[in-house]
Design a protein around this ligand. Structure first.
Ligand code: HAM
Length: 418
């Protein structure tokens, strides 16, 4: 029987891992500059946490979660996102008592049982940040600025930031009533995929990819028509701060998010470098979630970005990412004595900080040299029995092809100095 990876999952192969490490290092460096500290919650949690946190009516909870029962009969779920986990940790560990404002970031795999396609997997990776403890609209702008900064650091310039305010539950309720008055009389005109949204969550009609739905909604009432003064003021302050930070954005009054916890600011960063799945990142404010999950009322805002999509966009711009550092030295040795000496020499050079490899496949000198070239080694060192009594080795610079005999100290000087 041949085993295959599960549909919608991918192996990150050794030849690809350098670009992942590169992206992770960009993320870590940006998070350091914005002073966010890493948090690593577990990969699975009680199903209830996500159901309550993300919302029972969302696609994620109603049809995309990888849930299972453990041996104790508990219902568990592989995390579809990390915000609910971060909030659970914040409440459980009383992080709010330790610091009035917690700024955290995470990098890791997420799991959603969606239909796989380009840029959409069942196991995918996100990096994200959450700032828990402040209602200042300037921190909403900081969160958006981090996601934009990381894209810039990746060399991606082709993207758009769309922002909206999804206001408060009270304002959404008023809007919902008016929206239903508009939509219900024409309900049977909507494509069947969207018809069920009318009952479940009519606001999500705005999220539809269907052209027909879009045109039916042309004159539909918008949430922005129901904003109160406080919502308006906060939204204006987010925009003013973005302008000061030189973060280009556009207001998309139809922007809705696929998770229920948002209040006020919501945003998405999209790129035409991607296909149909064009969202690089998304996020917003979630002032009611902490209380919903059992904590004291605490304002919070955050975002998460898809790493596969970020890498796709990075490659589309021509930034191939970090190329792995070449191997410093490949040691060529053929006879048993030479091979023993090669192993000792490798040990000493590795201890000194150099990357060193040697042959373990009983290959000839010629094919060992081929291997050194295939590995892009900077130097090849030949261990010859005849040289052992003088304690010297033959070192070849693989770029210049220049060759010389040197003792161990000379080898160190020659290889470490470049
Ligand atoms: P989200 O919009 O569901 O938000 O996901 C954020 C990003 O993850 C998306 O923009 C996309 O790039 C990537 N993504 C989502 N699903 C997939 C998938 N199936 N395959 C590949 N990439 C995917 C959240 O997850 C929120 N937790 C963000 C947040 C943090 N809001 C506040 N704090």
């Amino acid at each position: 029987m041949k085993y295959q990876r599960i549909k919608g999952t991918f192996d990150i192969l050794p030849e690809e891992s350098a670009k992942w490490v590169y992206l992770e290092s960009i993320v870590r460096d940006a998070m350091r500059r914005f002073n966010y500290k890493e948090i690593r919650p577990p990969i699975f949690e009680m199903t209830e946490l996500f159901a309550r946190g993300i919302g029972e009516g969302t696609d994620i909870v109603s049809k995309e979660m990888f849930s299972f029962t453990d041996m104790g009969g508990r219902n568990l779920t592989l995390r579809p996102e990390a915000t609910a986990s971060v909030v659970r940790a914040f409440v459980e560990e009383s992080l709010g008592k330790k610091s009035p404002l917690n700024k955290v970031f995470y990098i890791g795999p997420m799991f959603r049982q969606e239909k796989p396609q380009k840029g959409r997997q069942r196991q995918f990776h996100q990096f994200g940040a959450e700032a828990i403890g402040s209602s200042d609209p300037k921190i909403d702008a900081e969160i958006i600025a981090i996601s934009v900064q990381i894209l810039k650091d990746c060399g991606i310039s082709q993207f758009e930031v769309a922002i909206n305010s999804v206001a408060t539950p009270e304002i959404r309720a008023k809007h919902r009533t008016e929206l239903l008055k508009f939509v219900e009389p024409i309900a049977d005109k909507f494509p069947s995929v969207d018809r069920e949204k009318i009952e479940r969550n009519p606001l999500r009609l705005f999220d539809s990819k269907e052209q027909l739905t879009k045109s039916l909604l042309t004159d539909a009432p918008l949430l922005s028509q129901f904003y109160d003064e406080a919502v308006k003021r906060d939204f204006e302050l987010v925009m003013a701060t973005l302008e000061k930070l030189n973060v280009p954005y556009s207001v998309d009054p139809r922007l809705v998010r696929g998770l229920d916890y948002y209040t006020r600011t919501a945003f998405e960063v999209r790129s035409s470098l991607l296909g149909a799945q064009d969202a690089l990142s998304g996020g917003g404010r979630y002032d009611l979630l902490i209380q919903e999950l059992g904590g004291d009322a605490t304002p919070a805002v955050g975002f998460a970005a898809g790493m596969e999509r970020t890498l796709l966009a990075m490659e589309a711009t021509g930034n191939k990412g970090f190329t792995e550092k070449p191997l410093d030295i490949f040691i060529v040795a053929v006879n048993p004595d030479e091979r023993t000496e090669a192993a000792n020499l490798a040990g000493a050079l590795r201890e000194a900080g150099l990357s060193v490899d040697l042959d373990y496949l009983e290959r000839s000198q010629k094919s060992q040299m081929k291997e050194a070239a295939r590995q892009n080694a900077r130097f090849a060192i030949f261990v010859f029995s005849d040289d052992l009594k003088d304690r010297v080795y033959t070192i070849k610079n693989m770029t210049t092809t220049e060759q010389q005999k040197l003792p161990y100290e000379g080898i160190l000087r020659a290889t470490l100095s470049i």
